[in-house]
Design a protein around this ligand. Structure first.
Ligand code: SAM
Length: 252
């Protein structure tokens, strides 16, 4: 676990829980998927990138049989801290999506989740100098790994940055670990170069931590071409009022 991975996990937890407040949205997403019978509480599912665990904890709290995984050990450490009274079905795994089939049996899960705009970071998360020229191939390998452990007829929820998302930067004063901090985050989607630049910065008197994350941008149409009919039979665009990302539901 390198220092950058730990720093990014800390800043992402603040962004996810205090700024984007994704927990509220995941309640709506779940209600929609259950209402449409795309997902049922009986499904055995895998959160492929729990992050700090907003969705994973929601599913576990309902008593659903959900397993956890994240490619970052620093993220899993934060997840453990936030588990409080919740119990895992099994200790979350620390695997890259590309390697999921090495651990989980093939055609095992009824449902998988890759939420919070994660897929496009497959070879750049917590990397100081990611090689984005390899990102497309790594996204394809990630999709193959995720699909391999899903049952035929099973479903995969994944989201991408909205193609209409407005770039910009935001400053907020908030409280993290009993300290007042200034928090800034900014995002820039360069669709010509296909690069998303996401910056998070935390500061207080005498201290500043700034990290920049790059990701390879793909459109919904590109996602479709990578998935259907190679690994999945169908892709549906979900209109569930996500203020940040565009959700897709793929059926194997
Ligand atoms: C933007 S964060 C989102 C985390 C979480 N889903 C959420 O919404 O808070 C992206 C996550 O994807 C994970 N990730 C990125 N590439 C990965 C890969 N190849 N395999 C497994 N996890 C990966 C990172 O470790 C990170 O936790």
């Amino acid at each position: 676990m390198n220092e950058l991975e730990t720093q990014i996990a800390r800043l992402w937890e603040i962004t996810e829980t205090q700024i984007l407040q994704r927990e509220r949205f995941y309640g709506n997403l779940l209600a929609f998927l259950e209402g449409s019978e795309f997902y049922t509480g009986e499904d055995v599912s895998l959160c492929t990138c729990t992050g700090p665990g907003d969705l994973y904890r929601l599913l576990l709290g309902k008593g659903d049989k959900v397993y956890g995984n994240d490619g970052s050990r620093a993220m899993l450490k934060i997840l453990e801290k936030r588990m409080k009274t919740l119990q895992h079905w099994e200790k979350p795994t620390n695997l890259r999506w590309q390697d999921l089939p090495k651990h989980y049996p093939s055609s095992h899960f009824d449902f998988e989740w890759t939420e919070g705009n994660s897929l496009i970071y497959t070879n750049s998360w917590a990397q100081r100098h990611p090689d984005l020229s390899k990102a497309r191939a790594e996204i394809e390998k990630s999709i193959a790994g995720i699909a391999a452990v899903l049952k035929k007829g099973g479903r995969w929820y994944v989201d991408l940055p909205k193609e209409t998302e407005i770039s910009g930067s935001h400053r907020i004063r908030l409280n993290a670990e009993n300290r007042e901090i200034d928090f800034m985050y900014s995002l820039l989607n360069d669709w010509d170069q296909k690069v998303r630049t996401f910056v998070m910065e935390e500061s207080y008197p005498g201290y500043k931590l700034r990290v920049t994350q790059k990701a390879f941008l793909i459109t919904g149409e590109e996602l479709r071409k990578m998935c259907v009919p190679i690994h999945f039979s169908k892709i549906e665009k979900l209109e569930v009022g996500d203020p940040h990302y565009q959700g897709y539901l793929l059926t194997k």
